[in-house]
Write a protein that binds this ligand. Structure first.
Ligand code: PEP
Length: 250
């Protein structure tokens, strides 16, 4: 298997510039020997500081969202080119909090992903079912729908630059982690979907799929030992340098 692990922090709406300086400065020496790719996704206001501080290190910086248009009358939004100009490399797209609170749909996720790729950003595309959907036996239906829609019109060549994050909504910020087996089996559904959309070899070798949902220093090694899990998208545990570095060194 040739998929390199990728651990990404999602700071959500946390950290001022001063706090960013403190956290990133503490993090740099703790993760400098990491064997996986290390990414921190920060609020827009912290991006320039994070990029500046991590220059020349193994930490890459990501944003938490991006708009699909190049520019225009979209008050409050940020374009892909604006992020690229800042030195940002990754961007989270379709996080469940965006879908739940800000009207993000499968279609807007797809539009944002295409715009990000066109500008040279690497999207971390989030998919995942709610508790109701899991209890109603709709996990496969939901994940196939979300994945198929997110990748509509995206060429095979782009796969190396895309990460998928499987984030069961019921596990995000709740302290309720999916068991390693459930996470692994569910990610397999996504990988099989990618095999159908592209090709089995592409899905096996070129599609990195993270797990996200209350992943932390304690459960990271068990999750990361699973065949299908290529990394983690880390919320709460990415806000303290030591906690995040322990996940990075799973
Ligand atoms: C997330 O925000 O993507 C996430 C997984 O959060 P947490 O780790 O806090 O559950």
């Amino acid at each position: 298997m040739s998929r390199k692990a990728i651990i990404a922090g999602n700071w959500k709406m946390n950290n001022t510039i001063a706090q960013t300086k403190e956290l990133v400065t503490a993090l740099i020496p703790l993760v400098k020997d990491a064997e996986c790719d290390v990414v921190i996704c920060t609020p827009y206001t912290d991006l320039a500081t994070a990029v500046e501080l991590t220059r020349g290190t193994n930490i890459k910086v990501g944003a938490e969202n991006v708009h699909w248009a190049e520019k225009g009358a979209f008050t409050g939004e940020i374009s892909a080119n604006m992020l690229v100009e800042l030195g940002v490399e990754y961007v989270i797209i379709g996080h469940s909090e965006r879908r739940q609170y800000f009207g993000e749909t499968d279609q807007t996720v797809n539009m944002r992903a295409k715009a990000a790729l066109a500008a040279g950003l690497k999207p971390i595309i989030c998919v995942g079912e709610t508790l109701e959907e899991r209890e109603a036996g709709k996990v496969e239906e939901v994940l196939v729908r979300q994945t198929t829609a997110a990748f509509e019109g995206i060429e095979k060549e782009a796969l190396d630059n895309i990460v998928i994050a499987y984030e069961p909504v019921w596990a995000i910020g709740t302290g309720r982690t999916a068991t390693a087996e459930v996470a692994n089996d569910t990610i397999k559904i996504i990988r099989d979907t990618m095999a159908k959309l592209y090709c089995p070899k592409c899905a096996e070798n070129r599609v990195r799929i993270q797990y996200g949902g209350s992943m932390n220093a304690k459960n990271a090694s068990e999750l990361m030992a699973m065949e299908q899990i290529d990394g983690g998208l880390i919320g709460g545990a990415s806000l303290k340098a030591e906690d995040f570095s322990k996940v990075v060194h799973f």
